[in-house]
Design a protein around this ligand. Structure first.
Ligand SMILES: [Cu+2]
Length: 323
């Protein structure tokens, strides 16, 4: 618009006031115009200030950390190559917090404050439909506020993606955000805080044995035992800037059967995909499990455990039953 207005005015002036043949009157000579100069200084100042004020205010508003009794507090730990979520204010009777992975579930119309850090390299948390990107940096804490206006259909959660290159499986560190009505969210929380059942069928019991021997080296699952609960796998935490973040070696599987996807939002959670995953995880998601160094806590993917097809189907029965 500015270009068109200015160019039109210039062309008009050039043509309208051009020197015509035979007319040699000298144009009016002028030098300086204080009034005009003050005016064309003040007008742009007013325009820029009126644009600048809301922008600067907006930057501070976006940076503000949501707090208060109505805000849902979720801590996010980025890992190569998956996301871990801990709902620090939602606990069961024993004080165990709600921990899940790769699928964030939030109530509609509620402010959610994400407090984020990374266990390894820089990631970036990005759910385009809900908010912009925010870097997730090791040894630093960053925050982001989400507010979702309306619930998502169960099979169409909002898709997200890590937006900062973080190594081999960067393309497959995705995530899902399910938005639920408050009542559905409360029911989900109850389900998540209920420990997984100790298996009763023979297949599940056999899967449970393999889980304890092999899988529990990295994956935690909380099961009901002797009227209380037991963690089958390790529970680990890191402290960053005075904030304690959960930082597990691998996704918590307590309620795995309830998730719609796995492998950081990459595969639909079906028996078929799970069988492929358990047969050789790196064949469907590129990872570097040969570099896993568990004492140092550096995990670059799930190894292939050369499970038999029976072990695989028993584990699938176990995990899909944990919902
Ligand atoms: Cu990434």
């Amino acid at each position: 618009m500015v270009f068109v207005i200015v160019q039109t005015a210039i062309i008009y002036v050039i043509i309208r006031f051009r020197a015509r043949k035979g007319d040699d009157t000298e144009p009016v000579q002028s030098h300086g115009n204080t009034k005009l100069e003050i005016l064309w200084t003040i007008i742009p100042v007013v325009i820029l200030a009126s644009i600048g004020y809301p922008i600067v205010k907006g930057i501070f508003d976006i940076r503000a950390i949501a707090d208060g009794p109505d805000v849902l507090q979720v801590q996010v730990t980025g890992h190569q190559w998956w996301w871990e979520f801990e709902y620090i204010d939602l606990t069961d009777e024993t004080g165990r917090t709600l921990v899940t992975a790769n699928e964030l579930v939030i109530p509609e119309d509620v402010e959610v404050n994400l407090t984020m850090t990374s266990a390894d390299v820089i990631h970036s948390f990005w759910v385009p439909i809900l908010a912009g990107k925010r870097d997730v940096v090791p040894n630093r804490v960053s925050n982001m506020t989400l507010i979702a206006d309306s619930a998502t259909p169960p099979d169409a959660p909002h898709p997200g993606q890590c937006a900062e290159y973080c190594g081999l499986a960067h393309a497959d560190i995705r995530l899902k955000v399910h938005v639920r009505t408050q009542a559905d969210f409360d029911a989900w929380v109850d389900g998540q805080l209920t420990p997984a059942a100790i298996p009763t069928t023979e297949t599940e019991a056999s899967g449970y044995e393999t889980f304890n021997i092999t899988c529990a080296a990295c994956h935690n699952a909380t099961v009901a035992e002797d009227g209380g609960t037991t963690d089958l796998g390790p529970v680990r935490a890191i402290e960053v800037d005075g904030v304690t973040f959960i930082s597990s070696l691998a996704p918590n599987l307590t309620n795995f059967g309830e998730r719609t996807t796995f492998g950081a939002g990459t595969f639909d959670n079906t028996a078929e995909h799970l069988a492929e995953w358990l047969a050789d995880p790196s064949s469907i998601k590129p990872m570097r499990p040969e570099l896993n160094d568990i004492p140092e806590g550096r995990i670059l993917g799930m190894p292939n455990f050369n499970l038999s097809s029976d072990e695989i189907s028993n584990l699938i029965a176990l995990l899909e039953g944990w919902d």
